[in-house]
Design a protein around this ligand. Structure first.
Ligand SMILES: *Cc1c(COP(=O)(O)O)cnc(C)c1O
Length: 236
């Protein structure tokens, strides 16, 4: 087996055993393959291997890759015919319009103004994009994401907007080998998630927790992640 297929299988196997370990069903967890560091050939390969949920952190790269892949998929009916794109990186308001036609879920909504821009742009296109609210669970000042203490209020404001659908929370744990710090972050995000659900903000749509990257996805599963964003463990 080649390296990429081998890596992907390892990730799938690890996800399955982490789910089994905490008695969750594998089907509750979606793997988003983060392609930001991969070349187009490698991306085509993961699609051939059945991955149809892809994530990018830059608008321009997402659009270019999406266009290239569309041609590739059209060239062979045996390939999956649709890719779901996840925008996972920091998003500037002036890039929102170009993104809306291509992306399925925006993971990085962390201000009222950004949410408003998305809803306004979506209204013009007559669509209602799914978004996640990014939370700064580690309270590191340089990090994006709404502070935990301001999150409920922002969620309440977002759900009043007509052309946006709040489906959950996204977070990034700090890059550290100290598992206790990572666990504390995921636990805090999970608590916030349950609090928002408890107050019925967002209703039944609000049911996703996007957390867990190459270094910490098994821990994230333990804390209830439903969407994992994994790049280097697959492409490295
Ligand atoms: C790059 C990135 C990932 C994936 O990180 P890996 O460590 O390569 O798995 C996940 N989420 C976000 C927001 C990223 O920017």
């Amino acid at each position: 087996m080649n390296k990429l297929a081998d890596n992907l299988k390892k990730v799938h196997d690890n996800i399955a055993s982490a789910c089994a370990h905490c008695k969750r069903s594998n089907s509750e967890v979606t793997l988003v393959v983060v392609t930001k560091s991969a070349n187009l050939d490698a991306i085509k390969q993961v699609v051939r291997l059945g991955c149809v949920e892809l994530g990018e952190n830059r608008v321009q790269h997402l659009k270019l890759t999406a266009d290239d892949l569309e041609l590739f998929l059209k060239s062979d009916p045996a390939l999956p015919q649709k890719i779901s794109w996840h925008m996972i990186g920091h998003l500037q308001r002036n890039k929102v319009r170009q993104l809306l036609r291509t992306t399925d879920i925006i993971h990085s909504v962390d201000t009222l103004r950004l949410a408003e821009e998305i809803s306004k742009g979506a209204e013009k296109l007559d669509i209602c994009p799914k978004i996640l609210m990014q939370v700064n669970c580690s309270e590191e000042p340089q990090k994006y994401g709404v502070p935990v203490g301001a999150a409920i209020h922002l969620a309440e404001q977002i759900v009043t907007m007509p052309n946006i659908k709040l489906i959950g929370l996204m977070t990034m744990a700090p890059l550290t080998l100290n598992k206790d710090i990572v666990k504390a972050c995921f636990a805090r995000t999970r608590e916030l998630f349950e609090e928002i659900q408890g107050e019925k903000i967002g209703g039944h749509d609000f049911r996703h927790l996007s957390m867990g990257m190459s270094q910490d996805y098994e821990i994230a599963i333990e804390y209830g992640a439903t969407i994992l964003r994994i790049g280097s463990a697959i492409f490295a």
